[in-house]
Design a protein around this ligand. Structure first.
Ligand code: SF4
Length: 267
């Protein structure tokens, strides 16, 4: 039994950077508090929580001095915020294609509250007022097709040609493309990721299209050896919030099962 990894998997640039920043802050010894979960992976959040076991005295001393804010926002998201802020300062309208309820979008609107409209799709552009010199940007995880349709619809409402800046991040799509490329070649596919992580759930759906024996697991304990009966190739990928140490544990377990199989088949 062979274990094959997708070409792109696991932590994206933004998540890796955020985790490193928290680890850096933990090394300094300060109690670290995050505004909401840093990433959608329970095991990784537990690991980071375990990292600051200090005495109450040390904690009390540090808390007196805790005044530093570490901004772990992904630079791709910061770019959208800055673009919106600058355009709004120039008195221009800002159209963001995305989900208005998503925290990323709420953050962007905060940088340009009076000039910004968030629209889910091109149909919603019809409800907007006349637009002045608009800037069109996107939520980082949006589908390109939706973004281009919104940009096209904005043209009809604008007094001059809109400035269109594609701010979509390719990390999610790259992981899906790599999983799709591998799914047709394997008998069983394991997607390692949080059960509530939307990018991991999407990866599962992509794999299931070609490999019906695809499973979303959070840890190696969820591997059921019975699912691997008769499998000659097993694929592995991981969502953008899944740390390498969890991926390594899954691969180790699969290789262990493979070694037992190969041994017993040559017996
Ligand atoms: Fe940044 Fe893209 Fe990762 Fe989001 S998916 S955190 S935008 S690198």
């Amino acid at each position: 039994m062979e274990v094959l990894l997708a070409n792109e998997y696991g932590f994206c640039f933004g998540v890796e950077r955020a985790v490193e920043m928290v680890e850096g802050a933990l090394e300094v010894g300060s109690p670290v508090r995050t505004l909401g979960p840093l990433i959608h992976n329970t095991q990784e959040m537990q690991r980071l929580e375990c990292a600051h076991g200090v005495t109450p005295q040390v904690q009390a001393e540090l808390e007196k001095r805790a005044a530093q804010v570490v901004d772990a926002t992904c630079p791709f998201v910061t770019r959208v915020q800055r673009l919106a802020e600058r355009a709004a300062k120039d008195g221009r309208h800002v159209i963001v294609a995305g989900n208005p309820d998503h925290p990323e979008m709420i953050g962007v609107v905060g940088y340009a509250p009076s000039n910004t409209f968030v629209v889910r799709d091109a149909d919603e552009v019809a409800n907007l007022p006349a637009l002045h010199a608009p800037l069109v940007v996107s939520q980082t995880t949006l589908k390109l097709k939706t973004f281009l349709e919104v940009a096209e619809a904005v043209k009809a409402k604008a007094d001059i040609e809109p400035q269109v800046v594609n701010t979509i991040c390719s990390a999610t799509r790259d992981r899906q493309d790599a999983a799709r490329a591998l799914a047709g070649l394997v008998d069983v596919f394991y997607i390692i990721g949080g059960k509530h992580s939307s990018n991991s759930i999407k990866l599962l759906a992509v794999c299931q299209e070609q490999c019906p024996h695809s499973f979303l697991i959070e840890t190696e304990d969820e591997i059921n050896p019975a699912d691997l009966t008769g499998a000659s190739r097993v694929g592995v990928t991981a969502g953008a919030s899944t740390p390498n140490w969890l991926i390594d544990q899954v691969i180790k377990r699969l290789r262990g099962i493979a070694a037992t199989r190969n041994f017993s088949s040559t017996d």
